[in-house]
Ligand binder design. Sequence first.
Ligand SMILES: Nc1ncnc2c1ncn2[C@@H]1O[C@H](COP(=O)(O)OP(=O)(O)OP(=O)(O)O)[C@@H](O)[C@H]1O
Length: 216
Amino acid sequence: MIILDNVSKYYPTKFGRNYVLRDVNVTLPRDRNIGILGANGAGKSTLLRLLGGMDMPSRGKVTRQCRVSWPLALNGGFQGSMTGRENTRFVCRIHGVRDTQAIEEWVKEFSEIGQHFELPIKAYSSGMKSKFSFAVSMAFDFDIYLTDEITSVGDARFKQKCIDTFTQKRETASLIMVSHDMKNLRQQCDMGILLRNSKLEIFENIDDAIRIYQSL
Ligand SMILES: Nc1ncnc2c1ncn2[C@@H]1O[C@H](COP(=O)(O)OP(=O)(O)OP(=O)(O)O)[C@@H](O)[C@H]1O
């Protein structure tokens, strides 16, 4: 379960506070696949970051009662001056893994970035960063995976490898995904969240969420 308790999130701007969420109280179950819908700029990516703990609410509290991933293929979550190997080791430590060697080698192999693994992340191309980030995400077992569009990782072959690996993970985990692709949302999700006017509307059935979203 992920519990949002009176959560507000805003960004200060020169026009005043830009509220993305305002006084939101919801509990997201551990065992449903949830699609997040909303117009451009509604706050879907911000919500995903709050759920994963990459970002903090301005007010209120987000409580995770299970292991929640960071948004897959997130490019900005690593330490640029550290190498891929060092970043992997760091993430291992955060997740309480002491013997990091096997995970380091798995990430090196899966990401296909070769000797770049031993170089600082800031020297990676954006494609390399996505591959590396996806590989690190797949090296751990989470209960809930957070994802923006997975389709943005690497070339066609690598993308297929990601989809296959992720499909395996999903046998024991669930998914909270942001997408503008309704077909993809219908295929992957059974429950929906519509984000508009700084509030979340929860739909038990993804089809209902899509119908309301498309009628807006
Ligand atoms: N780091 C930030 N600093 C200031 N404002 C931000 C920041 N990140 C997002 N915002 C603002 O918060 C709002 C929500 O942005 P967010 O990226 O979460 O929306 P989104 O629904 O994911 O959009 P899209 O569908 O276009 O990707 C927007 O008005 C955006 O300008």
